[in-house]
Design a protein around this ligand. Sequence first.
Ligand code: ATP
Length: 373
Amino acid sequence: MFISKLKLINFRNYNKLDIILHDKLNIFIGNNAQGKTNILESLYVTGFGKSFRTNKDKELIKMNKDMAYIKAEGKKRYGEISIELRLWNNRNKEIKTNGISLTKLSELLGSINIVIFSPEDLKLIKGGPSERRRFIDREISHVNKKYYYNIMSYNKVLLQRNNLLKNIAYNKKLLKTIDIWNEKLVEYGTEVIFKRIEFIKKLNMLSRLMNRRITEGKENLEIKYLSNIKIDKKYKTQDIYESFKQMLEKKIDNDIKRGFTTVGPHKDDLGIYIDNKDIRIFGSQGQQRTAALSLKLSEIEIIKGEIGEYPILLLDDVMSELDINRQKFLIKSLKNVQTFITITELPELMIPLDKEGSIFKISNGSIVQNNDI
Ligand SMILES: Nc1ncnc2c1ncn2[C@@H]1O[C@H](COP(=O)(O)OP(=O)(O)OP(=O)(O)O)[C@@H](O)[C@H]1O
């Protein structure tokens, strides 16, 4: 898939932008704080309905304006796609795909598939477990609407169960009602865990391969799903269900004492290892960066496997962080992927590009020049 046109009105520091995009490569070049990332952000919003930088739509609207408008038009395997969003200061956003209004954000997912790689992705390796869970949930939700429904439902039930746990501390009679929440939590939680294990298995295979290629066979990357619920190698849903249920029952006193649910997929993590050593503790900066890059490139392949076509890739501020070999590998791996790159100077791209594309020079919220590569 690719996006061929982008229109912005009152989005971040853009009054009005109307650009034709290249189906292979688009490079946005400019000094700091000129609006390069804002363009990538607007594209991301058309894929996910929200930003990767903020949860507040208000921040996306140009200062002192009431509404921001984004329209992306493109092509997918089965035809044309257009996505329009209107973000308001004082009411809910409106989203349309191919001219038809959507009632839920979840209906947007999958319309345009987007993968983003930015320096923030190092958080995936260095940050806490919640960063990694967010990564897993986002990636699976993107290609699997059922998963999105299950994780949202799980989180809702979790909140309700936690509220109940807090109330039980004052009113023991309420304990009778916990079974209803346990049942729902285990039901949604089992689906979440099962899908996560499947996803991590694929991600492990692919990222291992990518990492071996980038490091020319020198390093072995391994990714494991770390669950606080006992799960055997066959990970049958019935077994996960039983195991989760038993854990909840076993931990009930502790949960009441602490006022929240202490077991479940909301506590799980992803283990990332190089040559059997935990990369978070023992990995060098370079190894961590390479691992993050391997994970992202694998994601692209997983999406291709699930939906039959490559997603769109946004590379925000990462080129200068990569050495020449990794840049080479990256560009080579992206031959069939429409790619958007932000850079401050052309020399940040150390290798000659063997890909056709457009270069947009950005200054203070407008495009001042547009050249072909
Ligand atoms: N809601 C908004 N209204 C107006 N301007 C905004 C808004 N949000 C951000 N900006 C402006 O957008 C600019 C930042 O744009 P962006 O994040 O795209 O920078 P960039 O070109 O990617 O820079 P860098 O190279 O530093 O990452 C800043 O000048 C900021 O003041």
